[in-house]
Structure formats: structure tokens, C-alpha cells
Design a protein around this ligand. Sequence first.
Ligand SMILES: Cc1cc2nc3c(=O)[nH]c(=O)nc-3n(C[C@H](O)[C@H](O)[C@H](O)COP(=O)(O)OP(=O)(O)OC[C@H]3O[C@@H](n4cnc5c(N)ncnc54)[C@H](O)[C@@H]3O)c2cc1C
Length: 445
Amino acid sequence: MHIRAAYFRRPKLFTMKNVIIIGGGAAGMMAAAQLAKNNQIQVTMIEQNEKLGKKLFITGKGRCNLTNNTEPEELLSHTVTNAKFMYSAFSEFQAQDVMRFFEETGLRLKTERGNRVFPESDHSSDVIRALEKQLLDVDVRLNTRVREILWEKYTEDEGKYTRRVTGAIVSDRNGRRETLSCDAVLLATGGYSYPQTGATGDGYTFCDALGLKLISCRPALVPFEIEESCCHILMGLTLKNIELTCTAKVKNKNKVLFRDFGELLFTHFGVSGPVVLSASSYIGKYIPDGVTLHIDLKPALSREQLDARLLRDFEASKNKQLKNSMSDLLPKSMIPVVIDASGVSGDTLIHDLTREERAALVSTLKDFTLTVAGTRGFDEAIITQGGVSVKEINPKTMEAKTVKGLYLAGELIDIDAVTGGFNLQLAWSTAYAAAQGIINSEVKI
Ligand SMILES: Cc1cc2nc3c(=O)[nH]c(=O)nc-3n(C[C@H](O)[C@H](O)[C@H](O)COP(=O)(O)OP(=O)(O)OC[C@H]3O[C@@H](n4cnc5c(N)ncnc54)[C@H](O)[C@@H]3O)c2cc1C
């Protein structure tokens, strides 16, 4: 019976799938590496730069924090925008899969503080090389920029798709144009941040032309510009172990947008440092409403404990002026700024200091406030927030819901995460999902 059924089964028709990957960054290379394993798929990768992985090269200060050695739940909880969309992609290709992938290429990895994973060599170039080694069967075209994605009208699945990609127009450095045809396009063009790495935003233009909804982009993991002039005085000062709280007035109520401990650095324009960069991912859209930073300079002490500490410190300097009496508590440059913000005169002699004035000092130390004027631009932003709406994309295959054969991966999509290797994990996981989506898609015959 079984043999008869097999005898009558129609022979399977194998057709090569032609896939164009646009962008040779993290997502593009990972997808190409996955697709290259399949001998039914011919991959052409288009990269406008003279080499692959130009942004990867500068990641992790040149060391490339390539993932975070943690469970998918943690990857989800560190994803700031559209974590739910990532559920399937993270479970199919999680941090351990990424680490295994690289280790199988021969790249040795190490896990550091906060589960951050780096190449053992501390060289991002080794990560790029590991990926490049997987691209032997891929037609990589450098110095080539995609100008347009070609498509035709298409209706299938009760009208689900309205268009289907058919190819792309590319041009080389000399402006010579060529039309490439394909069965699928994987867009892995990244965002706007660090434009010198090739982040031209072309992917958004292509998606817009194909009718996909875009969520407006803004810089994230980026320093803040501050209205108060004290930042000039404090420029270069690093405050370790402060607590930063960001609030905004939302519908006339004070809303807490972010709170965490960490390191803050004063710059000529405002504030930077790890805790500030993290905060930027949560406050971007509230900046037009007015965002206030509240810095607790002594988070380990309650107000009462801090008051007791001041009393103790002042006991030893009763005849000194206030401005000369806080050096045990604050860095030198911070003393006049805090005194000024408290409204107490720095010339006040300690033995004349009233309880109210001490309370004002405690309040300022526990809640030193700054007003956010804006963020720095895309050229200083680690990532782009916003991009192609996740509502347009099938989260299992990364295929656009209305454009057959169009797949998306990486920063181009409206997903982003905090620092710690989580953004590259987003790129690897979406790229893997897109590659599987392409492999499992039916072949056009
Ligand atoms: C300074 C810095 C440090 C970072 N450090 C880390 C880190 O340590 N860990 C971490 O997880 N994340 C880090 N990130 C974020 C991470 O680099 C990105 O999230 C990731 O690179 C996104 O990958 P992608 O493939 O989507 O985009 P990209 O890596 O930007 O790749 C997109 C590619 O597409 C190409 N391209 C665009 N348009 C076209 C076109 N029309 N034709 C042809 N090619 C095109 C571009 O030239 C580019 O090479 C860092 C980012 C920056 C800026």
C-alpha cells in the first residue's frame, strides 16, 4: 500500500529560489549565512559600503558585545519596543543559539559582567570574519547600492497580499545601473544611527514606496541636551552610583518614565553615561511634553540618614562657610552647583545654618533636577527607535503581510532594546526567522 502510494506520488519539482539581501550588516550577514546552507537558494547580497559589517566593527567599542548570555525571557524583558513581536524569533534563535553559531565557526567567546558576550580576542573584526566565512556561496556585491525594489500587483490568500517583489535596481560607484530579478528580497538596511556606517535610511524609503506603515524614527541610546547651564561647569565630571529618575507631565500628572542606578557623565551639552543612554530609550516620545531628570546623589542614604550625616560633617566645621564644608560629601565642582540649586547662600557660616536650610540641602542632594532640552542626533545614537511597524510583519517569518516575498530583519523594524548585546540579538534573531521564512516559502514555478 505504502509503496503504491509512493509510486503514484508526483515527483517534487525543485526550483532554485533567487534571494536578494539588501544590507551586509549584522542582520544581512546572519541571514545570508543561514540561507547559504540551503543548496536550493541562490543568495545575492548587496552592500553599498566597500566592506561588510562596517557598523559591527565599531560595536562594543570595537570589541562587539554580540549577545547577552541569558534566557529568552530576559531577552524579551530587555527589549524596549515591541517585545511581544519578538517572542517567536527569540524562542527559535536565542542567545545560546547565537553563541553556538559563532563557536561552530571557530570563534571563541567569553561572557563578562552582566552576561555580556564578547569574542575572546576582544576584536569585533573576528566576529565579522566569522560571518564572512559562512558566505562562500553568496554572491556578495560591495560598493553597490539598491535604488529601488521592483514589484508587481499580486492577489492570493483571499487578497492578503497586494504586491509581490520581483527584483531590485542597483547601481555601482560609477552610477552604472543594473536590474536584478529575484523571488524574495530581504531588507536588512538598518536604521539612521551612525550614518557614516551606511545607515542611510534607504530601507524606510523602500518600505514606504511599498505601502508599509512606518513609525517615526528618533535617536535612542543617546545622550541628552540639558537646559540648565550648570552642565558647562560640571563638564567632565562622572558621578558613579547615582539614581536617575525621569518624569514627564502626562495629562497633567507626573509620570515616572524610567528609574535606575548607574553612572552619569556631564558634558558640554548636557549629560551622558550608561544610565542616561538607557533612560533615552524610555523618554524619547515624551520630550515634547517636557522631561525632567531627578538625580539622587546619595541613593544609599534616606533623607533622615543624610540629614544626620550633614549634622555630623558640619559638627567639625562650625566656623566655616557652607561652600567650604561639603567636600566629604560631593566632588569639588559639584559643591557650588548643589548649594546654588538649594537656594542657600554658600557664604552662610555653618553655625548659622537653619534646620530649613539643611532640609533644602538634603532635598537638593536627594533630588537634583535637570530639564531635558532634547537628545543628541542620530550621529551619536547607538540605535534608531521606530521604523517599519511590526503590524506589517509576520513575526514567525518576518515576511511583510501585504507584500509577498518581502522579508525584513534588524534595526529597520520598529524594535529596539537596551545595551548589553540585546540589539545585536534582535538583529540575529530576526535574520534567522527571515531566513527560515524564505527557506520554507513555496517556490514560484
Ligand atoms: C557605536 C555603536 C556601538 C554599538 N554597540 C553594540 C553592541 O556592543 N552590542 C549590540 O548588541 N548592539 C550594538 N550596537 C547596535 C548594533 O550595531 C545594531 O543594532 C545592529 O548593527 C543592527 O544591525 P542591522 O543589520 O539591522 O543594521 P546595520 O548593521 O546598520 O547594517 C545595515 C547595512 O545595510 C547597508 N545598506 C543600507 N542601505 C543600503 C542600500 N540601499 N543598498 C545597499 N546597502 C545598504 C548599510 O551600508 C549597512 O551596512 C551599536 C551601535 C553603534 C552605532
